[in-house]
Design a protein around this ligand. Structure first.
Ligand code: B12
Length: 249
């Protein structure tokens, strides 16, 4: 079994030692970074530190050196974002920092995405995501989308203030097997249930899995309204999406 000392990059070692607490996450991250190239670890650090310029430069350098785009995405960008997600969940960092990390990841992904789409890498699955009707909060939804894309999902982002018929139209148009709804207001939470009812009325409920999230949403509320799953954060959102679509974790 790999050990912390097997990781070449001192910042990654420090991040794991300082911020990770759950044995399974420590083990997974040590195993990941102990086997990755030093340059992938530098890319991960650029994401963790929210350094857009470095992330852009290092991603280009890796591609020039012939590293495969998928390796850069998985070992560098997603590897770094995995640690960011955990630090956010544990309240070591907050929204502004996460957004800076997201922007760094995006700077790297800008070089990766065209290559992967040109190579015809199959997305893991298509997810329609939106914030429900009457609700303009989108920071959390956008973080979920970024993590889903990072995990290989193709995401159709409907933005905010999304009416039930817009969710239905998008699911039908894209043949999406999964829908994710976000709500941040107690007053807009019921619109998730209304959207699920609209899918039932349209005879489409069996064609799509529905996951919900947002600060006021709970597992109990999700169960009551008949959603297929609830995720409390962006990491849980990715795990839930994989579970609902039967994709290996
Ligand atoms: C930023 C913010 C705003 C910004 C939104 C900017 C934007 N682009 O999003 C602005 C200023 C516009 C705003 C407006 C309002 N806001 Co506001 N806002 C917030 C604030 C401070 C942070 C929300 C946030 O981004 N959190 C960080 C993100 C990362 O967390 P998150 O959204 O929960 O997302 C995570 C998880 O929930 C989960 N998740 C989210 N979506 C999904 C979806 C799925 C499928 C899954 C699996 C998981 C998942 O993963 C995410 C990442 O980890 C909160 C307070 C708070 N601390 O929550 C108030 C808050 C949500 N707002 C509130 C209110 C009242 C309002 C206004 C009504 C204020 C007003 N009087 O005008 C308006 C409503 C506007 C509208 N119609 O939507 C209240 C809601 C109270 C309530 N219980 O209903 C809060 C709680 C503040 C408070 N304590 O009073 N707001």
């Amino acid at each position: 079994m790999a050990e912390l000392a097997d990781i070449a990059n001192a910042t990654i070692r420090q991040e794991i030692a300082e911020y990770l607490d759950r044995p399974v996450e420590i083990e997974r991250n040590i195993a990941l970074f102990a086997r990755t190239r030093p340059l992938m670890q530098e890319i991960a650090v650029a994401v963790i530190e929210g350094d857009q310029v470095a992330c852009d430069r290092l991603t280009r350098q890796a591609l020039e050196e012939g590293v495969h785009a998928l390796e850069i995405m998985d070992d560098g960008l997603i590897g770094g974002m995995g640690i960011v997600g955990i630090k956010f969940r544990e309240n070591f960092i907050f929204v502004p920092e996460v957004l800076a990390c997201a922007r760094s990841m995006k700077a790297g992904m800008a070089h990766i995405e065209p290559i992967l789409s040109a190579a015809g890498v199959e997305p893991v699955g298509t997810v329609v995501m939106g914030t429900v009707k009457g609700d303009l909060h989108d920071i959390g939804k956008n973080l979920c989308i970024m993590m889903l894309r990072g995990a290989g999902f193709s995401v159709i982002d409907l933005g905010v203030d999304t009416a039930p018929d817009q969710f239905i139209a998008a699911v039908e148009e894209h043949g999406a097997p999964l829908l994710g709804m976000s709500a941040l207001l107690t007053t807009t939470m019921p619109n998730m249930g209304r959207t699920i009812e609209a899918f039932i009325d349209a005879g489409l409920r069996d064609d799509v899995k529905i996951m919900v999230g947002g600060a006021p949403v709970t597992q109990e509320f999700a169960d009551d309204m008949g959603a297929d799953g609830y995720g409390k954060d962006a990491l849980a959102c990715v795990a839930l999406a994989k579970q609902l679509l039967g994709v290996a974790a």
